[in-house]
Design a protein around this ligand. Structure first.
Ligand code: PLP
Length: 405
C-alpha cells in the first residue's frame, strides 16, 4: 500500500501556498511536478559534474558521459527496449515526432504514399506528418473516432491500403484520457507490414510500457510529463528502423568522419543526437524513472486508477456537467464542460480557489471540432493527488456553478 501523504512530502511544490492554501495541482497532463530526488540530482550534477559528454578525456567529462549513458540504460530498462542504442534522447515528444517524420520520411515516403493518424491526436502528432506529406506529396489519412471518444477501429480496414507507409497514433488521449487499443492496432498493421509509431506522451506515466511486448516500431515520450525535467524526451525505435533512416540534424557528435566531400555518420544512437544534448536532463529523467520503480509502478497505477474512478463518479454527480470522452477505458484525465459556463471562466474561478486545471483545446483542435466545442476544462491526475483534493475540486465546481447562476 502506498502512503500518499508520505509520497507528497517528496514533492516540494505541493506544499507551496498560492493564494490561501497549497496548490491542488490537477494539470498533470500538461506537466507533472518533480520529486526532490529529481531536483537534487539535477542540481548535484550541475554543481559537481557538469562537463560536456563524449568528447573529453578528463575526469568530469568521463563522469558525465558515464551518467548520461547510464540514463539511457535506465530508460531502456523502463520500457524494456532490446538495446540501449534504440533509445534516442530528444528534447521531448514534439521533437521525437519531428525527428521521425523527417528521417522516416526521407527514407520511406514517396509521392502518393499515405500516413495514418487519428482524429484524437495532439497537434504534435499531426503537424509534423502534415509537413512531411506536403514535402513529399503524400497523403494524410485520418482514423475517425466515435462519440464516446474511442478510435473507430471498424474503419481501420477502409483507411489502410497498400499505399499506407506508417500509422501514428496516441497511446492515451491527452484531451479525454481514452486508452487506445494500441496492441490490436500494431498487430493489425504488422499483418500488412505497416510500421506503427506510438505517441506515448500521456501513456508512459499511466501504463506499464513494454515496447518488446507491444512490438511497436517507435514510441515517444517527454521527461517532464513523467516527473522528470523539462527539455528532455525519448524516441524509442527498433534497431532495424533506426539503422535504415538518415539523421534529422547534422552537427557534432553525430559524425564518424567529415570531409568537405562526404560525411560518414556515427553509429546508433549518436547518429540522431547532434550537438550538445540535454545531458543533465537525461540524468534527471533517469532519477525520475528510478524513483517510480522504487515506489512501485504497479501500486502507483492501482492508486491512480482508484482515484480516477472516484473523481469521475464524484464529478458526474454535479448537475449540468458534460464529460467529453466517455469511454470505459480511460485513465487519469477528465475533460468536462460545466453548464454553459465558458471553460476559461471555470478555470479562472478554480484558480482563485488554488486549483490548477487546464482549459482550452489542449492542442487537439480537430477533436474539439468533432465534438462541436471550442474547448474543455481538463482535470488531470497524478499519484500524488488525494481523495480530499477531489472532494475540494467538486465542492469548488459547485461554487463556480452557483456563482454563475
Ligand atoms: N502528444 C501528446 C498526447 C501530448 O499530450 C503532448 C503534450 O501535451 C505532446 C504530444 C507534446 O509533448 P511535449 O510538449 O512535451 O513535446
Amino acid at each position: 500500500m502506498l502512503d500518499i501523504n508520505q509520497l507528497r512530502n517528496d514533492f516540494p511544490i505541493l506544499h507551496h501556498t498560492l493564494y490561501k492554501r497549497p496548490v491542488v495541482y490537477l494539470d498533470n497532463a500538461a506537466t507533472t511536478q518533480k520529486p526532490k530526488v529529481v531536483i537534487d540530482t539535477t542540481s548535484e550534477y550541475y554543481a559537481k559534474y557538469n562537463s560536456n559528454i563524449h568528447r573529453g578525456v578528463h575526469f568530469l567529462s568521463e563522469k558525465m558521459t558515464e551518467a548520461y549513458e547510464s540514463a539511457r540504460q535506465t530508460v531502456k530498462q523502463f520500457i524494456n527496449a532490446t538495446y540501449n542504442h534504440e533509445i534516442i534522447f530528444t528534447s521531448g515528444t514534439t521533437e521525437s515526432v519531428n525527428l521521425l517524420a523527417f528521417s522516416f520520411g526521407e527514407a520511406f515516403i514517396r509521392e502518393g504514399d499515405e500516413i495514418v493518424v487519428s482524429e484524437m491526436e495532439h497537434h504534435s502528432n499531426i503537424v509534423p506528418w502534415q509537413m512531411l506529406c506536403q514535402r513529399k506529396d503524400a497523403k494524410l489519412k485520418v482514423l475517425p473516432i466515435t462519440y464516446t471518444g474511442e478510435l473507430n477501429l471498424t474503419a481501420l480496414p477502409t483507411i489502410i491500403n497498400e499505399r499506407t507507409k506508417l500509422i501514428a497514433i496516441t497511446h492515451v488521449s491527452n484531451s479525454m484520457g481514452t486508452i487506445n487499443p494500441i496492441k490490436e492496432i500494431i498487430d493489425f498493421a504488422h499483418q500488412r507490414n505497416i510500421p506503427v509509431f506510438i505517441d506515448g506522451a500521456q501513456g508512459i506515466q499511466h501504463q506499464i510500457v513494454n515496447v518488446q511486448e507491444l512490438d511497436c516500431d517507435f514510441y515517444a515520450f517527454s521527461g517532464h510529463k513523467i516527473y522528470g525535467p523539462t527539455g528532455i524526451g525519448v524516441l524509442y525505435g527498433k534497431e532495424k528502423w533506426l539503422e535504415q533512416i538518415p539523421p534529422y540534424k547534422g552537427g557534432g557528435d553525430m559524425i564518424k568522419t567529415v570531409t568537405f566531400e562526404k560525411t560518414i555518420y556515427n553509429e546508433l544512437p549518436f547518429k540522431f543526437e547532434a550537438g550538445t544534448t540535454n545531458f543533465i536532463g537525461a540524468v534527471g529523467l533517469a532519477a525520475a524513472l528510478k524513483y517510480l520503480n522504487e515506489k512501485g509502478r504497479k501500486e502507483i497505477l492501482l492508486y491512480e486508477t482508484e482515484l480516477y474512478q472516484y473523481a469521475l463518479q464524484k464529478i458526474q454527480t454535479i448537475e449540468g456537467i458534460r464529460i467529453i470522452g466517455t469511454s470505459d477505458n480511460k485513465t487519469s484525465i477528465i475533460s468536462f464542460l460545466l453548464d454553459n459556463i465558458h471553460p476559461f471562466d471555470t478555470g479562472m474561478m478554480l484558480d482563485k480557489m488554488d486549483i490548477a486545471v487546464r482549459t482550452g483545446n489542449h492542442c487537439t483542435q480537430p477533436l474539439m471540432k468533432f465534438f462541436g466545442i471550442d474547448g474543455t476544462v481538463r482535470a488531470s491526475l497524478a499519484f500524488y493527488n488525494t481523495y480530499e483534493e477531489i472532494d475540494y475540486l467538486v465542492d469548488s465546481l459547485k461554487k463556480v456553478k452557483d456563482l454563475f447562476s
